[in-house]
Every structure is written in structure tokens, then in C-alpha cells.
Write a protein that binds this ligand. Structure first.
Ligand SMILES: N[C@@H](CCC(=O)N[C@@H](CS)C(=O)NCC(=O)O)C(=O)O
Length: 206
């Protein structure tokens, strides 16, 4: 069985839990919640020197870090990852966008506002630029979703999962103004209607 080291409250970990549920892949869940100290332990650092989750352990012990790398690995051969090189490149394009322009602003602002360990960063000098850059990233998504039902084209792919994770809580946890983005809001609903969809707090039964 696969083992997923993941943080129940984290969008990056949620991406992988959601995909595994949608693809019907069973896994053993190892809880690495923020503040538990697991990701700082020597045993964990040996598996991932970067000290971050999600981290996937394959049955033979090999490891994959970085949420989007894990999504791409697990989705290979499934309908959630196109074979056509152009369509595949569009999926990669949005997943790189997610890491370069979306996660570092939208997820970071949510983390500052919601984790007590980040409370000292709740100052306008930190929060205001994240709000502005996050709204800009959401604007880029809005322009795409005005043209296509899903972020990389006409079908649901792992790029949607990558961007859904922190976009669906951008308003509630990050105080982003989601009323500006009607196409994103329709897309968020569309994603929740996909077969096997589960919420952020879903964990496999032990
Ligand atoms: N780019 C990475 C980011 C991973 C990341 O920042 N994970 C956070 C949770 S969202 C984490 O493991 N934090 C634990 C720590 O820093 O100790 C990915 O997409 O997987």
C-alpha cells in the first residue's frame, strides 16, 4: 500500500488526498499536522530533506515530494492527465503557474491568517502585497475560465486539482474578494461535482 505523509489542514496535502480518492487509490495516511513536529524530526528529514509535506512513499520505499509532482505521478494513465503533448503542456503550464504565482501568494496569506504560529506576520506590510498579488493571480484564472470550463481546457485534469486546493478557501480563509471572479466561482462548483470529490477534511478510514 502507498503511504501519504500529509497535513490534514493543508491545501498542498489535500490535492493528493483528493486525487487518490477520485482515482480510488487506497493509502495509509500519516498525519503530519502543523505544530506536531513530525516534519522537523530526523526520521522525516531523512525522507525529505526539505521538511515538507505532502510526501508519497511507494510500496518499494521510493519517495516523491512536491504536491504537483505527486499528482502527475499518480494521474499517469488516467483520464485526469492528457496524452496529447499540447494538452499535457497546458496542464503543466497551469501547475507551474500554481507554484509560481498562486501558492506563494494565496496560500501564504491564508497560512498567515489562520495558523497561530504565523500570527506575528499579520501586519499590513506582509498581508497587503499578498492580497494584491493574489487578486492578480485570480484574475489570470478568471480570464481562462471565461473561455474554458476547466483550467487547462475542456476536461477536468490534475491542473484543476492543483488550483482548486487553495482557491476554494481564498475567500473564507484569505479574505480575497471572490465576488470579482464569477467564472472562478462557477468552476469551483463544477470541481465539487466531479466523481469522487471529497472535502479538505476527508481522511481515509484507519
Ligand atoms: N511546493 C510544495 C510546498 C509544500 C509545503 O509548503 N508544505 C507545508 C504545508 S502546506 C509544510 O509541509 N509545512 C511543514 C513545515 O514547514 O514544517 C508542495 O507543493 O508540495
Amino acid at each position: 500500500m502507498l503511504t501519504l505523509y500529509s497535513m490534514p489542514s493543508s491545501g498542498n496535502s489535500y490535492k493528493v488526498r483528493l486525487l487518490m480518492h477520485q482515482l480510488g487509490i487506497p493509502f495509509d495516511h500519516q498525519d503530519c499536522e502543523y505544530g506536531s513536529g513530525v516534519t522537523e524530526s530526523e526520521a522525516f528529514r531523512e525522507m525529505n530533506p526539505n521538511g515538507k509535506v505532502p510526501l508519497l512513499k511507494l510500496e518499494d520505499g521510493r519517495l516523491i515530494a512536491e504536491s504537483n509532482a505527486i499528482l502527475l505521478y499518480l494521474a499517469a494513465g488516467s483520464p485526469l492527465l492528457p496524452h496529447d503533448p499540447y494538452q499535457l503542456a497546458k496542464v503543466h503550464e497551469w501547475m507551474f503557474f500554481e507554484q509560481n504565482f498562486h501558492e506563494g501568494t494565496i496560500a501564504t496569506r491564508q497560512a498567515i491568517l489562520n495558523y497561530p504560529q504565523r500570527a506575528h506576520l499579520r501586519v499590513p506590510e506582509k498581508l497587503d502585497p499578498l492580497l494584491e498579488a493574489g487578486h492578480r493571480a485570480l484574475g489570470v484564472m478568471e480570464a481562462q475560465l471565461a473561455k474554458t470550463d476547466y483550467i487547462a481546457g475542456d476536461t477536468y485534469t490534475v491542473a484543476d486539482i492543483a488550483l482548486f486546493a487553495y482557491t476554494h478557501t481564498a475567500g473564507s480563509k484569505g479574505n480575497f474578494d471572490m465576488q470579482q471572479f464569477p467564472f472562478i466561482n462557477n468552476w469551483l462548483t463544477r470541481v465539487t461535482k466531479q466523481p469522487g470529490f471529497v472535502e479538505l477534511d476527508w481522511l481515509p478510514a484507519t
